[in-house]
Design a protein. Structure first.
Length: 149
């Protein structure tokens, strides 16, 4: 007996749900009539939660989170580049090539490079340290090539 009442109640709920259902309405309008408000709420919640969780994505790598540290890193880059420019010498003999001279120049500026790595790599990621060292060698090669002119 209670099973029959449950089915009757369930069928009444289904009829109430589809009370405003018009089979002649267009396919694109009907779902919006049934789920319009709830879908908008779900879309808004998803959009706001994804934006709230990814604050760094909005601020492009969190560049503006600590301007003092960023200025310090920029100054360390300038100090490293000044050291590279000061120590760059042309590759004079035919036995030495630009890359070996650039390695020597980058090694002579190792203290500046290490300070830069320490300031910009707080997580001590070896990939970041290697990227900064390879950037130093590349810049040293550019300064050596400029010194040859």
């Amino acid at each position: 007996p209670s099973e029959g009442r449950g089915r009757e109640f369930e069928s009444r709920r289904v009829r109430q749900f589809f009370k405003g259902f018009d089979p002649g309405a267009s396919v694109s309008r009907q779902p919006m009539k049934l789920l319009g408000l709830s879908m908008r709420v779900v879309a808004a919640v998803l959009a706001l939660s994804s934006v709230a969780c990814s604050r760094d994505f909005i601020f492009e790598g969190n560049e503006y989170s600590n301007p003092i540290r960023n200025n310090q890193i920029k100054e360390l880059y300038k100090a490293r580049d000044a050291c590279l420019a000061k120590n760059a010498v042309p590759a004079e003999s035919t036995n030495t090539d630009v890359t070996s001279v650039a390695k020597a120049v980058s090694l002579s500026c190792a203290p500046e490079t290490d300070k830069l790595i320490a300031a910009s790599n707080l997580d001590k990621d070896p990939k970041v340290a290697e990227a900064i060292r390879s950037d130093t060698e590349r810049k040293a090669a550019l300064y050596v090539l400029r010194a040859q002119r």
